[in-house]
Design a protein around this ligand. Structure first.
Ligand SMILES: Cc1ncc(COP(=O)(O)O)c(C=O)c1O
Length: 415
């Protein structure tokens, strides 16, 4: 087996804990479903037939391997390290989310579930979940905060066309964390025939490990592709981090290669000194147990989850995946943040320089590349994960750039 038998010293223990983080703090009614999921997860890790099926659909349906592209113009412009972009935006449905959606759909099929429940922020996970539901014949319900629906309307439209029921969540800040709560509630009620297709490396055990293992295909490919292109390992890996699925996907296969530096980039919003106006968990977050697992959350003294903000709907989740909280503690992964403005600047530069439209989430990672590359020598290699493409961000980018023609077009259309 090439993928699922891979392990590292940074993995969870048998109870799903990464150091003090992670675990399973779920309502009693969900425990049988989580135990069933864990049993199946353990079984597929030893099953070459499952891995073969996963690879088959990754190749023929998702379009993998995704390209590892040498960003020659950006490299020249920044004048330091050689920059490679792993372009997950070219996957079917436009982001890395399809990797774990495909894996979980195949798993749900084995568990004979009839229905998929999903939560979504940017809508990329929702679209990918609705896509695999259509392909493999599941009913599908997607929970999405009302605020995110406003920000990511095109993805709502496509989820509905794919046959999913999209339910607006009106509680709390009406964003991703509220959608996760609503999805968990649905799962408790319909646990027998439904699988909760959770969309990142977070939540109760085994979700953080399960989604990481489906996403490790990203780093697995990068390792082989870079070997072919450069004959060596990368010096630095950079990815944006919300729950952590795209970043762990890139980093996981390199965790035990001590020479490889890794930087996770959180959403700095309007600046990490502005409480409630960013989503950087390592700037003011504290230990808590929320949504079935233990990690660093942005919360007040009473444990109420704090308001967050980011220009990108996919990065404003208040908790960080438990494996990343652990990897930060043990010093294996470094963290930084990029503000909305820095992400927009990185977006514009990448579009103009490379002809690539990175999702606003991924633009946060590129903002870090812009800070790091000039400090590094020309023989060093940075690989940045372009976790998705920007089609979904058309309204936000047009507004942020103050595009008058677009504004006129929208007004005319709405008449
Ligand atoms: C394109 C894209 N990148 C990154 C993320 C952040 O999620 P994660 O940290 O799980 O990769 C999202 C979430 O919606 C996304 O849509």
């Amino acid at each position: 087996m090439k993928l699922f038998n891979f392990k590292t010293k940074y993995d969870a223990d048998n109870s799903g804990h990464f150091g003090i983080y992670g675990g399973r703090y779920a309502p009693e009614m969900l425990i049988p479903a989580l135990e069933q999921l864990e049993r199946e997860y353990v079984a597929i890790k030893k099953d070459p037939a499952f891995e073969k099926e996963f690879f088959y659909y990754l190749k023929t349906y998702v379009g993998r391997p995704s390209p590892l592209y040498f960003a020659q113009n950006l490299t020249k412009k920044l004048g330091g390290a050689k920059i490679y972009m792993k372009n997950e935006g070219l996957n079917h449905t436009g982001a890395h989310k399809i990797n774990h959606c495909l894996g979980q759909a195949l798993l749900a099929k084995r568990m004979k579930k009839k229905r998929l429940i999903a939560e979504t922020g940017a809508g990329q996970h929702g679209v990918a979940a609705a896509t695999v539901a259509a392909r493999f014949g599941f009913d599908c319900t997607v929970y999405m905060g009302e605020e995110d629906i406003k920000r990511q309307r095109p993805n709502v439209f496509w989820m509905q066309r794919l046959g999913a029921k999209v339910i607006p969540v009106m509680e709390g800040s009406r964003t991703l964390k509220d959608a996760v709560n609503a999805a968990l509630k649905d799962w408790i009620t319909n646990v027998k025939d439904s699988h909760y297709l959770l969309g990142s490396t977070l939540g109760p055990h085994p979700f953080p490990s399960l989604n990481r293992d489906f996403q490790q295909i990203v780093g697995y490919e990068v390792r082989n592709q870079l070997q072919e292109l450069e004959g060596k390992l990368p010096d630095m890996l950079i990815a944006c981090v919300s729950g952590g699925s795209n970043a762990l996907g890139l980093f996981y296969r390199f965790l035990e290669d001590e020479s490889v530096r890794m930087i996770g980039v959180e959403a700095g919003g309007e600046g990490v000194s502005k409480k409630g106006r960013h989503a950087s968990r390592f700037a003011g977050g504290t230990l808590g147990v929320v949504q079935g697992y233990k990690t660093i959350f942005l919360q007040d003294k009473e444990g109420n989850i704090a308001q967050t903000h980011s220009i990108s709907a996919g990065l404003d989740y208040p908790g960080i995946g438990p494996q990343f909280a652990y990897l930060k503690d043990v010093g294996r992964v470094e963290f930084s943040s990029a503000t909305d403005k820095e992400a927009l600047r990185a977006f514009n530069l990448t579009v103009k320089c490379e002809g690539i439209l990175p999702a606003l989430e991924s633009s946060h990672a590129i903002a870090e590349v812009i800070k790091q590359a000039p400090k590094l020598s020309k023989d060093t290699i940075i690989v940045v994960n372009i976790s998705g493409r920007a089609d979904k961000d058309i309204f936000i980018v047009a507004e942020a750039l103050g595009d008058k023609e677009w504004d006129k077009f929208i007004k005319e259309k709405s008449k």
